[in-house]
Each structure stands twice: as C-alpha cells, then as structure tokens.
Design a protein. Structure first.
Ligand SMILES: [Zn+2]
Length: 344
C-alpha cells in the first residue's frame, strides 16, 4: 500500500466550531493524521511519499475558479478587515438560503464567506488553503499511482473533503479530495469510476458534484440524514438526475447500527458498483463509524475494520483510499490501518 502523506496538514488547525449553540474546541485536529501515519509506519504497511505539486488544474476540474480564488485569498482578506482577526479563525454567520441570490458575488467578506459555505462548524484559518491545496495534490498523486498500475494508494491528509461541493465548504471540508481523485482517474483514461463513501456522514459534496453524470457512480453508507448531519441530503430516493439517473445510491442506516447490518449495506453498495461497470474505485474512508466516536452513532469495533478492508479487496478494482472523518483520536490510527491491512 502506497501512502501519499500531506506534510502540510497541520497548517490547518481550527480553534473553535459552533456546536449545539456554543463555540467548542474543534473535533477535527492535526493529531488525527499524525496518529494514522505513526500506526502505518509501526505496522510497516508500505512506502510513504510526499505529493507532487499538482497545480490548480486538477482541482479546477471539480471546483469553480471563483470559489478557489476566495479560499486562496480569504485569510488575507479576513486579517485586512481588522488586524486583531489574526488571532481568531474566520467563521461564517450569514447564508443565502431559498429566495436569496447566489449569482451575485458580494464585496462584503462575510457575505462572500456565507455564499461559499453552509455551516458554522468549519473555521477557516491562516493555513487552511495551504493544507487543503496540498491535500488535493495528495489525492491527485494517489490517483496517478493507481492509474499507472498500482493496485491501491492511500491519500492521508486533512482537512477532509467529502462535504465540500463545487463551490462551497462545510463539515470540516474545503476541497473534495475524493471527487478530485475520481476525476483524475477519469482524465487518465478510466471510462467509468465509482466513489464509495463509508464515512458516518453522507458525502453530500461528492454526491452533488457527480449527481448529473453517468461516468462516476456514487454510493454512500451513512447515518440517516433525518437525524444525522448533513441533514439536507443523503436520502434513499436520491438516485441521480439527467444523464446521471441511476448512478447515485444512498444507503442511510439508523443511529445505533452495528457491523452485521452495516456490512450488508456495504455488500449492496459493492454489488451496484460492480454492475455500474466501474474500472476504478475511490473510497472516502471515514472512521467515524467506530463505536467510540464522539460525534457519530454506529457501533463498529476495531476488529471489524479488517473485514471492511477484506470486503473492499474482494471488489477487485484498482482503489484510491482518501482519508475523511473519524474523531475518536485514540483509536483512529488502529482503525484506519486495520482497513488498509485487511485490504492488503
Ligand atoms: Zn464524518
């Protein structure tokens, strides 16, 4: 297993997020990726590489230029508003919901930040752009390795990506690394690609990006959005649109679901992916399905993650793993590497 590691991930370190009516310390912290790297090295799972600088090209295949311009310049704009802002992260507080316009790009920074986001749980910091950009390059490098003939590669980076859409951030995510990897596989010649999202939370960003496309099949096993974040997408009746009709599969499960039932959903997702004719697979690898996760509600145990990796290997597709959520930091290294070792 090749791992492409983002050495710049810790440049993104949010201080506070809005959670149930108060500002609390961020759940998405740098030790998440550090611990996984340490466990990978301890168990000698394979080579660890730095990404190649991919430039904005492969990122613009997924994200709009005006959104990327905003992200790249947001911190300097934030500090220019008030030098004291250098000590606090930027959080959005106003959003254009139904009946507001989203075609006008406001001059006001807070208004633009709201236009390009959908929650107040995702602080933008001095190093967010640098960390997210390097993370996208990890996903591209991992996809290139797999396109070049490697059986699999793991993009180990944070912030995560699957909640980010073509022009919005949220859910701790800024650039959709899994979507960028899937597009890179397509651009390298795979005619059909599948993205399988096994994070606890629905990958709303990835779904939205590919919803009208027939060349990228999206499948997700996740907490029922009736009760679980991101709430407004991820229902079973979302099956794709236009050319993409039939190319989207959501398998929401109730809070409290254990491994046996979860694994049946995984099997169904893999069966539909096989039927889709995908020639390569991207796995949005979230580990917040773990029983000890502080913000999620499934009951997978550490040993179950070996079986997850084995099931993914049986699918027999060249696979790019992209690191997503998982907030039980003490067990995160073990659980992540259990999947990868089970796969290997
Ligand atoms: Zn998650």
């Amino acid at each position: 297993m090749i791992t492409v590691y983002n050495h710049h991930h810790a440049l993104h370190q949010g201080k506070l997020e809005m959670f149930r009516g108060q500002l609390v310390p961020c759940f998405e912290v740098p030790t998440r990726a550090d611990d996984v790297l340490q466990e990978l090295q301890r168990r000698q799972l394979g080579e660890v590489l730095a990404p190649q600088d991919c430039g904005r090209g492969p990122i613009e295949r997924i994200h709009s230029p005006r959104y990327l311009d905003f992200l790249a310049g947001a911190w300097s704009e934030w500090v220019a508003l008030d030098p004291a802002n250098a000590e606090r992260d930027a959080l959005p507080s106003v959003w254009p919901v139904r009946s507001f316009r989203s075609d006008v790009l406001p001059a006001n920074f807070s208004a633009r930040m709201g236009l390009f986001s959908y929650d107040a749980g995702t602080p933008l910091t001095s190093g967010t752009w640098a960390a997210a950009y390097a993370g996208a390059c990890c996903a591209v490098t991992a996809a290139q390795r797999v396109s070049g003939g490697a059986r699999s590669a793991f993009s180990l980076s944070r912030p995560p990506g699957h909640h980010a859409g073509a022009d919005f951030f949220g859910g701790y995510c800024f650039l959709n690394n899994a979507a960028i990897a899937a597009q890179a596989l397509r651009d390298a010649g795979a005619e059909r690609v599948a993205v399988l999202d096994i994070d606890y939370h629905h990958g709303n960003g990835t779904q939205a990006i590919f919803y009208e496309r027939a060349d990228v099949f999206f499948a997700s096993v996740h907490g029922d959005p009736h009760t679980e974040y991101p709430f407004y997408l991820g229902y079973a009746d979302e099956t794709g649109q236009g050319a993409g009709l039939g190319c989207n599969l959501n398998l929401p499960l109730p809070r409290g679901t254990g491994f046996a039932r979860w694994r049946e959903a995984l099997a169904l997702a893999l069966q539909r992916i096989a039927q889709s004719g995908a020639q390569a697979l991207v796995v949005s690898l979230g580990l917040d399905t773990f029983e000890g996760d502080p913000i999620s509600g499934f009951q997978l145990r550490s040993e179950d993650y070996f079986r997850v990796g084995e099931d993914l290997a049986v699918a027999g597709l060249p696979t790019v793993f992209v690191f997503e959520g998982g907030y039980a930091v003490d067990a995160l290294g073990t659980n992540t590497v259990n999947v990868l070792e089970g796969y290997a």
